[in-house]
Design a protein around this ligand. Sequence first.
Ligand SMILES: CC(C)(COP(=O)(O)OP(=O)(O)OC[C@H]1O[C@@H](n2cnc3c(N)ncnc32)[C@H](O)[C@@H]1OP(=O)(O)O)[C@@H](O)C(=O)NCCC(=O)NCCS
Length: 326
Amino acid sequence: MTLSGDKLSFVRASPGDADRFAAHEQRVANRLYGPPLDREACACEIADNALYFVEVEGALGATAAWRLRDDGSAYLCHIAVDPDFRRRGVARAAMHFLLEEARNCARIDLVTHPDNAAALALYRSLGFAVESRKENHSGDGEPRVAMLRRKPLATSRLLLRAVTSSDRMDLHRLEQDPEVMRHLNGGRPTPLEPHAGAETEFLMPRGPEVGLWAVVERQTDRLLGWVSLRPEGNVGDLGYRFFREAWGRGFATEAAQAVIADGFLELGLGRITAETMSVNIASRRVMQRLGMRCVRTFIADYPDKLPGSEQGDVEYALLREEWIPG
Ligand SMILES: CC(C)(COP(=O)(O)OP(=O)(O)OC[C@H]1O[C@@H](n2cnc3c(N)ncnc32)[C@H](O)[C@@H]1OP(=O)(O)O)[C@@H](O)C(=O)NCCC(=O)NCCS
């Protein structure tokens, strides 16, 4: 049974709480979380972070902590629920509490064990995407994955928020319209469970993926589609896909303008590129309206020959110094 919010209280730990925290660590430590912190390490954690005891009607249900970095980003250091209080919504409530505290941070990140299915499911449901894998990250010989969640971006009509695991069915539904997929795979329906790989992320994202934003109409709260800016080094690759009902109203341009500004100003990119089939006039119009220049036409060696592929693909690009903020 999920606990209601009024049964939980968040109490900020103070320097005298190291013993209480250390006793909790003994109860939660395991291979996927890590070895228990001793009293001294607990005292340091309390000193360095905003660490909370999550009390369930007075009993210690969990600990949760975060800290603000000098660069303005937030690091969610840990969340650990006592075994007696698991599967009752305590971790989800604690995450909501921490995310609310860190609401002004453009980037929020954390690390977790790649085999920690419970933690991964929770974080994915909140829009955290795996950014990288780190071997022996915590010095315990175990791997960790670094996960990232971005603060939503707003435009006059749109809200761009991190795609979450709950968007999965909608992302798939978007690909079932042959018109939407005409210039991507010829309009074939796609599977709900695609094989993993770079092509999958580009053609069939299922969320959350780094750089993928759900585009929501602010007035109606309706999901209109997605826009992506996938950074690779100094370059961001722009993509977008919208439900047919949302076409023709300038939403793709408006959403792409927001991620381009974010890419140059927040991510520090130097160049943004986008590719489409030469015959995809609507997509090329969006790129032109964004101020991007067509830098090359090329014939790619794709296994699928789509109608119009004999005219090749085009690449558009925009440099940081060419960009005129909207
Ligand atoms: C991971 C952990 C924090 C989850 O705590 P919890 O209070 O049981 O989680 P909640 O009840 O709030 O559930 C939140 C979500 O987590 C996921 N989840 C929780 N337990 C799960 C399990 N056993 N298997 C799969 N998913 C699980 C689900 O997505 C769940 O949402 P849902 O109930 O809507 O499906 C807890 O298992 C724990 O403390 N583990 C040890 C410490 C740890 O590993 N911390 C994470 C370090 S990064």
